[in-house]
Design a protein around this ligand. Structure first.
Ligand SMILES: Nc1ncnc2c1ncn2[C@@H]1O[C@H](COP(=O)(O)OP(=O)(O)OP(=O)(O)O)[C@@H](O)[C@H]1O
Length: 779
């Protein structure tokens, strides 16, 4: 049973309770990795199907699913609540309600009826982690076999429980019918989707400042910001498109220049604002804020944006706008570098999901940039849009191909469904050609392009990974979609071959490790010293694009070595400035910790974080780096323990995703106290990017877990010098190409792909997330 469902076991279900805390489930392409479906005997099948007509039989079946961990107790409780409230609710409706609720825990905002009938077992994402499907209860496919779409659809016509979404209402469920298909939503999620559609739609209709700026000025400004090119520069096109819309998306893989582009965009917007007389005569810079979904992502953007703003050459831009141009230092100072988290920006309050800023108390800003937008779930995106003043711009940055947020809703991925093809209208292309001076290739033009397409730009060239980078080549090969006929055997085979071949081409930055079993000593070598021998030339002799040497890959021994060798001699911990030696030490240890991270797909089992964390702890202990008993490794505190914060803690100022390292510091706080004993404290980097260190006593940390192994889901927004991605030894619906791609792209200089048992890379790269939402089209 899940953590969350335990809380809801016996409680009366509150429809507006937090429903989506479980990790997002992933649907697989209908033909892949499904549990083998036993042929049930005729009579047994008849029994199962009684649940379609008989409420008692339905709840008996739901109970069995809950018992097995296939369904959350919360989902079953919701159906039972409806049945109590409305005695004539048909079983088919109650089943749909339970399944719709279950989708939220898997990251989907609604139940898609046609898709569920086409691939029923996907509705429960079978098999769940830690379940091998032996002796299963009846599968959804057995239940739904023979059920007609029209029969199920008609059962959802129940005015007390389900509205059709055409107007205001207060039914707990909403039915959305489109193109002959039906989707069932819990009202709250339907409302979020409606808000997002409406608020993005109205932004797309309204012209923004730069559209009113004359084309010649804009063209001059863009020419000042980007090097001259005869071919389409997507960064320049993205900057131009984003400048003319109150809503814009810039998507692209790692290192494609999203940050670079947005810094130039902000410079452009500020230059245009400063070049215009403001309402009171004097020009007024725009109020711009930068935000990210997690503290970690905010700190990363903080660092890279500050560097980029300093390096920006603004002389020509300043001269390109206004009659007399604008003052360069005013312009530079007007570009923000401070990044906050979305929770902080909106003003989260303890014990409530409502924020301080909303439509009645909007944010005081003219433009908001959100980085790592793929991690923003539907509820947060709706909250952001609602709290934005109608005239303010919203610019989303992110990689559309990454795993979506853990919570329900893959907003960025949904919005960017057509980004690959461009779909720019002739009018957009004409305008773009005038302001950027290069033609738009025919394949990106579309007379039928929608208004959303015109606001989206995809960056396609990685400046971090070139053709010589195995990480870049592997990420690209894994990410390549199978295309519409992705069930086709030959396409899958081709993709599997392409991915495997990359490991045979002698790239120096990637290595593959096949583990025989969970005790294979190769895993020890990897986690202790990074197993450089697995790389060409043991990782020696590599240089980056600027010719700087790249140090060979390391493992966790590296930060533990820094912890040992850089330990301050000062015999007391100190306050304020007197604590500096300890702050400096913690900064060094934390920086060293970012040099290696093992990622895995699962939480449970020997290849999930639960099995791997103590396993890695023991390997580090054997190597002499840790001193901890087995019990401490499993559930206690020990020096060197790296921890991941799993829930925002506003009291401590820690955000979900923050990583801290447990360090032993003197118990004495000042020079007058007698030294001697030590105390464990956890050092976290301050999430404002200031470089300050926050020291927290372990007993105050409510929601942390050891992070020798981290799930790929949790690694989003982070980057590690050496990333090891470990795939489990058995098929699981959670293994998708998005997961593998997200894991690979966390690696900056070195990637070790670890396969266990018979290896699941092939399986994973040919399974894709099926997104279920109504956000793909805004028209
Ligand atoms: N047009 C360009 N020409 C040369 N180098 C570039 C260009 N654009 C970006 N870069 C460089 O490529 C690197 C990655 O750029 P940037 O950080 O903007 O990418 P990103 O897409 O934001 O990356 P991330 O995946 O980390 O979010 C930086 O070192 C940047 O200076």
């Amino acid at each position: 049973m899940s953590k969350r469902s335990k809380h809801h076991d016996d409680a009366t279900p509150d429809l507006f309770a937090d429903l989506g805390e479980e990790p997002a489930g992933i649907s697989q392409a209908p033909d892949k990795g499904l549990p083998a479906e036993p042929e049930p005997p005729q009579a047994a099948q008849g029994n199962v199907q009684a649940a379609l007509h008989d409420t008692q039989a339905l709840f008996a079946l739901l109970d069995r699913w809950v018992e097995r961990g296939w369904l959350r107790a919360l989902d079953r409780a919701l159906a039972s609540f409806f049945q109590r409230e409305v005695s004539d609710a048909p079983p088919l409706l109650l089943l749909a309600a339970a399944l719709a609720s279950h989708q939220l825990g898997r990251g989907h905002v609604c139940l898609d009826l046609a898709q569920t009938l086409a691939a029923p077992n996907l509705a429960l994402s079978l098999p769940p982690e830690g379940d091998d499907l032996s002796d299963p209860p009846p599968l959804p496919s057995e239940l739904l076999t023979g059920l007609e779409f029209a029969t199920w659809r008609d059962a959802l016509h129940h005015p007390a429980l389900v509205a059709d979404g055409s107007g205001p209402g207060n039914t707990p469920l909403v039915r959305s019918e489109r193109d002959g298909n039906v989707r069932l939503y819990l009202r709250r999620y339907w409302q979020y989707e409606q808000n997002i559609r409406g608020l993005i739609g109205s932004r797309l209709e309204a012209p923004a400042q730069a559209e009113t700026a004359d084309t010649a000025t804009l063209a001059r400004a863009l020419a000042a910001l980007f090097p001259q090119s005869h071919e389409l520069d997507w960064q320049q096109a993205a900057c131009a498109l984003a400048s003319r819309s109150r809503f814009a998306v810039i998507t692209g893989g790692p290192g494609t220049g999203k940050t670079t582009t947005v810094v130039k965009l902000l410079a452009l917007l500020q230059a245009l604002a400063l070049g215009e007389p403001g309402p009171a005569g004097a020009p007024r810079p725009l109020r711009i804020r930068l935000a990210a979904p997690t503290g970690k992502a905010a700190a990363r953007l903080n660092e890279s944006i500050a560097k980029q703003v300093q390096n920006l050459s603004l002389v020509e831009l300043a001269a390109a706008v206004g009659q007399q141009g604008v003052d360069i230092s005013t312009l530079r100072d007007s570009i923000p570098t401070e990044v906050t988290t979305l929770h902080r920006l909106l003003g989260s309050r303890p014990d409530t999901r409502h924020f301080r800023h909303h439509a009645g108390n909007p944010l005081a800003l003219d433009a908001l940039v959100i980085d790592e937008a793929s991690m923003v779930d539907i509820e947060m995106m709706a909250a952001v849009l609602t709290a934005l003043p109608p005239k303010a711009r919203l610019i989303l940055l992110g990689d559309k191909d990454q795993l979506a947020s853990v919570e329900a809703g893959a907003v960025l991925g949904d919005l960017c469904q057509r980004a690959e093809g461009g779909h720019y209208t002739p009018a957009t292309c004409d305008w773009l050609e005038r302001v950027i001076g290069t033609p738009i290739p025919e394949r990106y033009k579309d007379e039928g392009g929608q208004s959303l397409d015109q606001a989206i730009a995809m960056l396609r060239l990685s400046h971090r990974f070139d053709a010589k980078s195995g990480i870049g080549q592997l990420a690209e090969a894994v990410n390549r979609p199978l295309g519409p006929e992705h069930g086709a055997h030959s396409k899958s085979q081709e993709k599997k071959r392409a991915v495997r071949e990359i490991f045979q081409q002698g790239y120096t930055d990637i290595a593959r490790l096949a583990l025989a079993d969970a005790d294979d000593p190769a895993l020890d070598r990897l986690v202790v010293n990074g197993y450089p021998a697995a790389f060409t030339n043991s990782g020696e002799g590599r240089h980056d694009r600027r010719g700087e040497p790249i140090t060979p890959p390391v493992g966790y021994g590296h930060y533990l070595e820094v912890m040992k060798s850089a330990r301050p001699a000062q015999p007391f911990f100190g306050e304020g400035e007197a604590r500096q030696p300890y702050d400096d030490w913690a900064r060094q240890v934390l920086a060293a910790h970012g040099h290696f991270q093992l990622l895995c797909a699962l939480r449970k089992g020997p290849w999930g974080i639960q099995g791997l964390n103590p396993r890695i702890g023991r390997a580090l202990r054997r190597a002499g780096w840790l001193k901890a008993s087995d019990l401490e490794l499993e559930q206690g505190w020990f020096e060197g323990r790296p921890v991941l914060v799993t829930r925002n803690d506003y009291g401590l100022g820690l955000m979900n995703g923050d990583i801290g390292i447990t360090l032993a510091v003197p118990e004495a706080r000042n020079a007058t106290e007698s030294p001697g004993r030590t105390l464990l404290r956890v050092a976290f980097p301050a999430s404002d990017g200031s470089g300050a260190i926050k020291w927290v006593l372990p007993s105050r940390l409510q929601a942390v877990e050891t992070v020798f192994a981290m799930t790929v889901h949790k690694s989003q927004g982070s980057e590690f010098t050496h990333t090891a991605l470990l795939l489990p030894d058995a098929p699981n619906p959670i293994l998708t190409r998005e997961l593998v791609y997200t894991g690979i792209t966390r690696a900056r200089d070195w990637l070790t792909l670890v396969e266990t048992g018979r290896g699941m890379l092939d399986e994973a790269v040919t399974r894709e997330v099926v997104r279920v939402s109504g956000l793909g089209r805004l028209q």
